[in-house]
Design a protein around this ligand. Structure first.
Ligand SMILES: Cc1cc2nc3c(=O)[nH]c(=O)nc-3n(C[C@H](O)[C@H](O)[C@H](O)COP(=O)(O)OP(=O)(O)OC[C@H]3O[C@@H](n4cnc5c(N)ncnc54)[C@H](O)[C@@H]3O)c2cc1C
Length: 318
């Protein structure tokens, strides 16, 4: 459980951070609060000789109505949350516990390393169970195959940003690009998103549209005081002339990538006959890859997520 040695670099601008990452040729990682990266490093997971701290980059700690710097802490997001859509502070309050939220950042939460009962273990445990493909092994222990890692993405905030139609601003040696949150994640526990090496998540952007939705987030976890989600569901409802004109539902922790389903105007009318929750669940099902690699059973996690959708729709549409 001792932390492997590393060199810490302290850039003051996004450009400095990117050029450092480029010059260190793949043997570096960005570190924000370190609440995920350093915990894993102590278990000999995802270790790097160089860590590039984001804590000295002032521009990444700025927050306004339409922009949240990736290095803003989750505690700060809650404290200044009144300028943002209320869903964000509601979801942020359910992330971990108060002490951890003072260090944990928004960017780190969106880029959390996938978690699994066979991966988040000591090296001794991992190797005695046959070695997991996300660590030092070649096959998956949870599902006996070698094609895909099923470690679920277990961050809460991603679901909220997905239903709010957020965009991620990335910067790397090749320049800047904007990726919609719904195109950022990849359903594989090892290559879980489209971020390239040496690329930085600089900030999350919101549009005016994000303020037009009534939203809610519910989370299944063993202990409400601290645990990661076993299933997380965000629901957003937009009403036009007292009638629902758009429904958005995002899931997290039910597979290696968070996922999103959207119903608009005509689709809403057609869906009513079948039941809105059923229609949304059908859209989401192909990306739900819950397997037996967390505390609760995959069936329980799926059924609770399906129930959360129904309950939140009922109250938001009332
Ligand atoms: C006991 C415990 C309970 C927890 N419970 C929850 C929970 O209930 N819900 C939940 O969502 N999370 C939970 N977490 C996870 C915690 O929220 C995250 O660890 C935290 O948000 C990560 O942020 P960080 O700044 O510490 O990330 P770090 O640990 O610094 O980084 C995490 C990863 O993101 C990368 N990274 C960070 N920022 C950037 C960036 N801007 N650009 C590119 N790469 C970047 C790092 O290289 C690293 O790979 C828990 C953690 C612990 C230890």
């Amino acid at each position: 459980m001792s932390l492997p040695s590393f060199q810490l670099h302290m850039p003051h601008t996004v450009d400095q951070a990117i050029s450092l990452a480029g010059s260190l040729k793949g043997d570096s990682a960005f570190v924000a609060g370190g609440t995920d990266l350093l915990v894993n490093a102590k278990e000999q997971l995802n270790c790097h000789k160089n860590l590039i701290s984001l804590s000295g980059i002032g521009a990444m700690k700025e927050m306004s109505r339409f922009s949240i710097g990736a290095a803003v802490t989750i505690a700060e997001l809650i404290r200044k949350g009144e300028i943002l859509p209320p869903l964000l502070s509601k979801t942020a309050r359910m992330v971990a516990g108060p002490a951890l939220r003072e260090s944990a950042t928004v960017g780190g939460n969106l880029l959390l390393n996938g978690r699994c009962v066979y991966f988040n273990q000591s090296k001794l445990y991992r190797c005695s169970h046959g070695a997991c493909m996300k660590a030092e092994g070649k096959a998956c222990i949870a599902v006996a195959q070698t094609e895909r890692c099923y470690a679920p993405f277990s961050g809460d905030l991603a679901a909220a940003f997905l239903v709010l139609n957020a965009e991620f601003e990335l910067a790397g040696p090749e320049g800047e690009r904007i990726v919609p949150a719904c195109e950022f994640y990849v359903n594989d526990g090892i290559h879980a998103n489209v971020l390239n090496s040496a690329e930085l998540l600089v900030r999350v952007r919101l549009s005016e549209d994000a303020f037009d939705f009534n939203c809610d987030y519910r989370k299944l976890r063993p202990r409400s005081s601290i645990d990661f989600p076993e299933a997380g569901v965000a629901v957003a409802v937009k009403k036009t002339n007292e009638r629902a004109s758009e429904l958005r539902v995002a899931l997290t922790a039910l597979g290696p990538a968070p996922s999103l389903a959207v119903l608009r105007d005509d689709q809403l009318e057609q869906a009513k006959a079948r039941g809105l929750a059923d229609t949304l669940w059908k859209q989401l099902s192909p990306s739900v890859l819950a397997v037996r690699n967390t505390s609760f059973s995959p069936t329980y996690r799926r059924e609770m997520a399906r129930l959360f959708i129904e309950q939140m729709l009922e109250s938001l549409l009332a």
